[in-house]
Design a protein around this ligand. Structure first.
Ligand SMILES: [Zn+2]
Length: 220
């Protein structure tokens, strides 16, 4: 859905009638969050990255395709092993842990105490692949595999898909042992994204039906 620029909030990229700026009470997160957002995602008003930016107290959203190194991307002088990049793995079950931190050599890190921040790539599967490819320094970081027990609130193409804000909330809740972060995330996501998306879809369907009714019948 496209809106004229004058009707869009410059801060959250949403139509001014659905802007959430100033209405979100931030939650405190111990681990820093950096979201690297593919430029094609940034003006989609149902994108959850800007909502994450306002919800999590320590969260930076950076829009771009490539950064010259980890420090340029995150704005912090931390070592690669102090960061974990979010990777979605599966649908839970099977005895798999909800989150698994791995080193760059794919070894499981049992006590991920060294991790100070997480990096999420925001975009569809293809866009995320591009971000990996354009930023090879990401490979030096740890990864954190997510294996959510619950499906996303939004219908996704991939069954195991989570929106960016859900993935970050899920990851923080497990790594920090703060289930309330996941509750706050789900509630906000439902209120500001899932429900408006449903309403917009319904309105579009009704409008389409009306248009169909108005169409003159072609003489046979
Ligand atoms: Zn706004």
């Amino acid at each position: 859905m496209k809106f004229p620029a004058a009707e869009v909030c410059a801060a959250c990229s949403r139509p001014k009638t659905a802007c959430f700026c100033g209405q979100i009470v931030p939650v405190k997160n111990r681990l820093a969050v950096v979201i690297l957002e593919h430029p094609q995602e940034t003006h989609k008003w149902m994108n959850s990255a800007s909502l994450a930016g306002q919800l999590f107290g320590d969260c930076t959203v950076r829009v771009g395709l490539s950064w010259r190194n980890l420090e340029a991307a995150t704005g912090r002088p931390w070592r690669p092993s102090e960061w974990a990049v979010l990777v979605l793995k599966g649908e839970g079950g099977g005895g798999d842990r909800p989150v698994t931190v791995r080193t760059r050599e794919h070894q499981i890190v049992d006590r991920p105490g060294e991790i100070r921040g997480i990096i999420a790539l925001d975009g569809n599967w293809q866009q995320a692949k591009t971000l990996w490819w354009r930023n090879p320094w990401l490979l030096k970081c740890h990864t954190v595999e997510l294996n959510p027990e619950l499906a996303s609130q939004r219908a996704q193409v991939k069954k195991a898909g989570l929106s960016t804000i859900e993935a970050v909330g899920f990851c923080l809740a497990h790594l920090e042992n703060t289930p309330q972060i996941l509750d706050a995330t789900s509630e906000l996501y439902r209120r500001w994204i899932v429900e408006p998306a449903r309403a917009a879809h319904k309105a579009a369907t009704v409008a389409q039906k009306l248009t169909d009714v108005d169409k003159p019948v072609e003489p046979v």
